[in-house]
Design a protein around this ligand. Structure first.
Ligand SMILES: Cc1ncc(C[n+]2csc(CCOP(=O)(O)OP(=O)(O)O)c2C)c(N)n1
Ligand SMILES: [Mg+2]
Length: 330
């Protein structure tokens, strides 16, 4: 069924919310207000929103170090996420995890992970738990092109296929792993082609086209829910910012990219610009409405910032909290 006007506008709004959030924290990081670092997904918003829009309410996601977009696309509370990025006690892990350790169990977001490639296997394991419990859910595991070169990729996909678990493996190929171009790290840059080795469907989609991502993920989710096993999707996009906010602040921090490459992708393939254009062509959006949505999404960030900045820092008494499981506490 084609997406309705309301669904498409909702997706546009979520993409813009992610963009404002990540532009906002980039500025905060420049001002020294973000402890540690963080990895923004500017240019990759169509992957997060297209994929999460194809999930049912109770489907799980597992994510990576570059996760704000996935959390926001899945409906996590922007205030709680921003508070965590700013290491405040009101954040989702009480301000102790920061940008790379986000979760929202009420929204079936089981966590993000700074260990590249580790989430692939967790997503397969969650799929196995779903299958054993027979709950009819699906688990979507996000990972990057760099992660696809770790051994966990082979182990995770092979076992998931053997056990026929309801997991969708979604690789965001943003064409870089830190400063390493994918073309120098992969003999065959088509990651989706590896699906053949695991006897599962593989799809390669334009990751700057939110509807294309949605369609591919939807068919993989439908297949998983029917009990037909996992799929591999590769969403080809581009990281419009540096590897991390901190790396971008270093002199020459993005010198590893060919001159003009970022500018070219920004001009031609910014997923938000492309989607706005498409919505206008469909007659679903005017310039005035686009301006209004933009202001509303900016306000979501501004309100979240007020909340986070007026929140306390975690107290020293919380340092050992959640280190070990407590009896009777889930
Ligand atoms: C096991 C492991 N090795 C190396 C690192 C350092 N590291 C952090 S992010 C990253 C690049 C990951 O690239 P990719 O999977 O393409 O994700 P992207 O950053 O492009 O979103 C690396 C090597 C790490 N965190 N974990
Ligand atoms: Mg990458």
């Amino acid at each position: 069924m084609p997406l309705t006007k309301e669904a498409l506008l909702g997706m546009y709004r979520r993409m813009l919310t992610i963009r404002h959030f990540e532009e906002g924290i980039t500025e905060l990081s420049r001002q020294g207000l973000v402890p540690g670092t963080g990895h923004v997904s500017i240019g990759e918003e169509a992957v997060a929103v297209g994929a999460c829009s194809a999930l049912g309410e109770k489907d799980y996601i597992i994510s990576t170090h570059r996760a704000h977009g996935h959390l926001l696309a899945r409906g996590a509370d922007i205030k709680v996420i921003l508070a965590e990025v700013l290491a405040k006690a009101t954040g989702c892990t009480g301000g102790k995890g920061g940008s790379m350790h986000l979760s929202d169990f009420n929204r079936y977001i089981l966590g993000t992970n700074g260990i590249v490639g580790a989430g692939i296997n967790i997503a397969g394991g969650v799929g196995l738990a779903i299958k054993m419990r027979q709950t009819g859910q699906v688990c979507l595991g996000f990972f990057g092109d760099g992660a696809a070169n770790r051994g966990t990729f082979h182990e995770g996909l092979n076992l998931a296929a053997v056990l026929k678990v309801p997991t969708v493996f979604l690789c965001t190929n943003n064409q870089y792993g830190m400063s390493m171009p994918q073309s120098r790290a992969c003999a065959n840059t088509d990651i989706s082609a590896r699906a053949n080795a695991y006897d599962m469907p593989g799809y390669r989609v334009d990751g700057t086209d939110v509807a294309a991502v949605y369609e591919a993920v939807k068919s993989a989710v439908d297949r998983a829910r029917k009990g037909d096993g996992p799929s591999l999707i590769e969403a080809v996009s581009y990281r419009l910012r540096g590897h991390s906010m901190r790396m971008d602040q270093l002199p020459g921090g993005s010198d590893y990219r060919p001159k003009g490459e970022v500018e070219d992708w920004t001009a031609r393939k910014d997923p938000i610009k492309l989607f706005r254009q498409k919505l206008k062509e469909l007659g679903y959006l005017t310039d005035q409405e686009a301006g209004q949505i933009d202001a509303e999404c900016q306000k979501l960030f501004d309100d979240a910032l007020d909340f986070a900045q007026s929140s306390p820092e975690p107290g020293p008494e919380t340092a050992f909290q959640w280190v070990y499981a407590q009896e009777g506490v889930k």
